[in-house]
Design a protein around this ligand. Structure first.
Ligand code: ADP
Length: 535
């Protein structure tokens, strides 16, 4: 067979040529502005020419600091295709983390969305490698000193940039982990890994995107490679519906009603908020054929609510920044009886073709796929990272496999059930209590909106679970009722004695439950709870 390189350039060319009339629509609060793929491809060529003129060469990092917009998609396509490396900065990180990440990556140019200028101004002075700042959109940017304007740069160039021939193993893009459990680490995707991942995303067992789809990527383009959706979508010719900065449930529901997306992806907290809004104020979710939900455990109750209230398939997926990220999706196996479907769909996911998986115990021994043995999940494959950028982290790898830090079981059909993250595991009297499973069981109660469980010190058992619960509006459900509800659902020694009723579970920069914050609040005595005092 011919040995053609798998590059983002070829994906860009294909989309622009074959689906030239497909649209990229960006929400602006009331309506959407729109550009065709043909226009986007033309602008990609101008962007590459402008960046070249600014001195960006092969391997240089071009960072973005923005929302999901047409311009962000242009950067996703143009920067790798010119041989440079796209680095998506997470706008929601603390300034110190952002400074660390941008300097560690050595970003040369940063494309900043005009609405984020005040945020970026907080870190500007500490960025040691940045030579140019390009502002996307209008608005005052005087706090940043000298800046260039995106549209003016593009207008000054001509289309027809000569894309270089690239080795498929060239770095295309990089993304830092969101640091839910530690210091952010850089993952570098190659052209090859991103193209292969796009084929994976586009398989019928995964998203199966086609030109008939209207894709609403809610997962931010600065998080986990935006789940590969910019590339998979462009390759398939979807109409993109970019939400811009309008991520709150109200404008989101308005956007969904008017733009009628067929496919979307986002973390559970986003969909919990959307469903809560629809239940309170009405809404129309009928355009969706598929909502993919992942990034943290998806409560069964949420999957059921979408199915029952809106007739929408919400499918759980699992992955990490390190895995590009698609690694598993929870579609029920063939011949599943309708009554049994949810028992499959509540699992974390079925391993995707292209990703190899194994389960290991603490000693590194490989465990069977029997649905019973509990161990750490390890993965390998062409879109799994083999290292971190300038950060050896040998503890994250094991004989050529990536240690995910996720603990759980695998059954003989390749369905994973993640019961915990290694760092969140609760060890009570020598027995493990899987916090994710316990949370899901608590969230099964109709009056519970969210639940997060952390381990706290205990005189008798060393560690016991403390359940932090967000009740639905108007509910006063308490510990006794919740314990009674859990009795036939979880092992008796899992039943928490300690309960805290809170307004909202603190969230990380990408919308996951932030247990680090809960533990800190517990440590300072801020977290009010009922139940035994800890030593
Ligand atoms: P961070 O590690 O900083 O949170 P990522 O966004 O890369 O950054 O998160 C990957 C992690 O998210 C996984 O290792 C896993 O713990 C969690 N995760 C992702 N999807 C799921 C899921 N469906 N169920 C449970 N956990 C999930």
């Amino acid at each position: 067979m011919m040995d053609s390189p798998l590059t983002i350039t070829s994906l860009l060319r294909h989309g622009a040529q074959v689906y030239g009339d497909s649209e990229v629509r960006t929400f602006e609060g009331e309506g959407c502005r729109s550009a065709t793929y043909r226009q986007v491809a033309d602008r990609c060529e101008r962007l590459a020419a402008a960046l070249t003129r600014l001195g960006v060469g092969a391997g240089d990092r071009v960072a973005t600091f923005g929302w999901n917009t047409q311009e962000h998609l242009e950067a996703y396509l143009a920067v790798p295709s010119m041989g440079a490396v796209l680095h998506t900065l997470n706008i929601r990180l603390f300034p110190e983390q952002l400074v660390y990440i941008a300097n560690h990556a050595g970003d040369k140019v940063v494309l900043v969305d005009a609405s984020l200028v005040p945020l970026f101004a907080k870190i500007r002075a500490q960025l040691t490698t940045v030579e140019h700042i390009v502002v996307i959109g209008d608005g005052d940017a005087s706090t940043l000193g000298e800046v260039l304007r995106y549209d003016a740069l593009l207008a000054a160039e001509k289309p027809g940039f000569a894309w270089p021939d690239l080795d498929e193993r060239t770095a295309a893009a990089m993304c830092y982990t969101s640091g839910t459990t530690g210091h952010p680490k850089g993952v570098v995707y190659s052209h090859r890994s991103n193209v292969l991942h796009s084929y994976g995303v586009n398989s019928a067992s995964a998203f199966g995107l086609t030109e008939a789809d209207r894709l609403l990527p809610i997962v931010p383009m600065f998080h986990a490679n935006a789940w590969g959706l910019p590339y998979a979508g462009f390759m398939a010719g979807v109409d993109f519906i970019m939400p811009g900065r309008f991520l709150q449930p109200e404008p989101m529901c308005k956007l969904i009603r008017s733009e009628r997306p067929t496919v979307s992806g986002g973390v559970p907290t986003v969909w919990t908020d959307v469903m809560r809004h629809v239940e309170a104020h009405g809404g129309d979710l009928s355009s969706f054929r598929l909502i993919v939900c992942g990034g943290s455990a998806v409560p069964r109750a949420l999957i059921e609510r979408f199915q029952e209230r809106a007739g929408v398939r919400l499918v759980q997926a699992w992955g990490m920044t390190e895995t590009s990220p698609l690694a598993a999706m929870a579609r029920a196996p063939r011949n599943t009886a309708p009554a049994d479907e949810m028992n499959w769909r509540e699992r974390t996911g079925r391993i995707a073709a292209g990703v190899e998986l194994r389960l290991c115990d603490d000693a590194g021994t490989v465990l069977p796929w029997d649905g019973q043995s509990v161990g750490e999940i390890e993965v390998r494959g062409p879109w799994i990272t083999a290292s971190y950028y300038k950060d050896p982290a040998p503890e994250k790898f094991h004989d050529g496999w990536l240690r995910t830090g996720d603990v759980g079981t695998v059954c003989d059909k390749g369905f994973i059930r993640i019961t915990d993250r290694a760092k969140d595991v609760i060890k009570s009297g020598g027995e493990w209590i899987p916090s994710v499973e316990l949370e899901n069981a608590i969230m099964g109660h109709p009056e519970v909106l969210e639940a997060a469980v952390i381990g706290v010190p205990d005189t008798r058992w060393q560690e016991r679970p403390l359940a932090c619960v967000v009740r639905r509006d108007g509910s006063s459900v308490g510990p006794d009722e919740l314990r009674a509800f859990l009795t036939d659902k979880v092992a008796h020694w899992w039943l928490p004695e300690r309960w805290s009723f809170i307004e909202q579970v603190p969230r990380t920069s990408v919308g996951k439950f932030d247990k680090k914050v809960l533990r800190a609040r517990f440590g300072t005595g801020e977290l009010v709870y009922v139940g035994p005092r800890s030593p």
